[in-house]
Ligand binder design. Sequence first.
Ligand SMILES: NC(=O)c1ccc[n+]([C@@H]2O[C@H](COP(=O)([O-])OP(=O)(O)OC[C@H]3O[C@@H](n4cnc5c(N)ncnc54)[C@H](O)[C@@H]3O)[C@@H](O)[C@H]2O)c1
Length: 331
Amino acid sequence: MNIAIIGCGTMGMIYARNLGKMPGVTVSAVADLIAERANRAAEACGAAAYTDWEQMLEEVKPETVAVCVPTYLHKSFTLELAKRGIHIICEKPAALTLEDAKAMEAECHKHGVRLFIGHVVRFFPNYRNAFDQVQSGKIGVPKMAHFKRFASYPQGVDLWYHDRSKSGGVIMDLMIHDIDYACWLFGDVESVYASVTEPSLSGMEYAQVTLKFFSGAIANLTGFWGYAGPFTTQFEISGTGGIIQFDSNQVQSLDLKIASEGVQRAAVQVPSSPTVHDPYYNEVKYFIECIRNGSEPLVTAADATRAVEIALACERSAQTGQPVQVGGNAL
Ligand SMILES: NC(=O)c1ccc[n+]([C@@H]2O[C@H](COP(=O)([O-])OP(=O)(O)OC[C@H]3O[C@@H](n4cnc5c(N)ncnc54)[C@H](O)[C@@H]3O)[C@@H](O)[C@H]2O)c1
């Protein structure tokens, strides 16, 4: 598989490191507007570095491209790549509007290319394990859940995360991980009720959301940008016969501090997993297998579009102060 990466910031570097060591995969090239970033990612995976992504596509002709640019650029890159017949592994969230997410799906379908959106939480072993336990009926019928996700205030190049018109804000960017996971667990969402603090100069955005599912299940989600501690995720899933609890701060079996990484802080915090198999590695390996054997992925582009639609309903609820039906108006 001949792969290229566009966007060599936080996520682009994760892809470069993971794809660079994946058997059966060659990262032929990487592109970033900032030459220094392209060079750093190229070095991590033994690829050629470009600052012009179009020139890169013409010269290396990749079969698949990993799209790791800021969210507001996902749609335009996806449409350009689909038109060229290239498969796409795009970071989450799929897009900032429902129309854009649907346009991405439609264009990929039209050109016969695959589109995968990186909802990586489904590949975190603890989350996967909890899903399997629920599916097997261990806790009876699942009824209620709570999900929390706390991260520092992201920086990113040109501070695009701070602009809701570019990142979508804390619900669209961060909480969407748990929105997607909750849908995997409980099925489709009927209505939402949300509140979110206004982004402030102090660098904090805190959101609380209640999702009501068609199944009757309820999930409460908290998303926080501006947390002073380590990246933290927690969940609690309760059913008629038991409860499953998880706290990322309680399960780190190794405390690894790499001297060369020193006190440098990534622009955006990315959760880690204590297991040998990195979920980001497993996710991209799995997507590549889906391209090779033509199988449907665990998380489809349609799932990712639905997650965007639910996140947008949460935004509408937060703005109006009213519960909102997904795909409809205030209740
Ligand atoms: N799955 C996860 O856990 C996770 C974590 C963090 C971020 N993300 C998502 O990944 C995406 C990227 O986030 P990030 O934190 O890596 O951003 P970032 O700002 O660190 O990196 C984005 C890079 O894209 C480059 N870029 C912008 N326009 C370009 C263009 N036209 N051509 C080439 N390069 C261009 C920028 O120069 C920058 O280096 C976002 O959608 C974000 O929501 C996902």
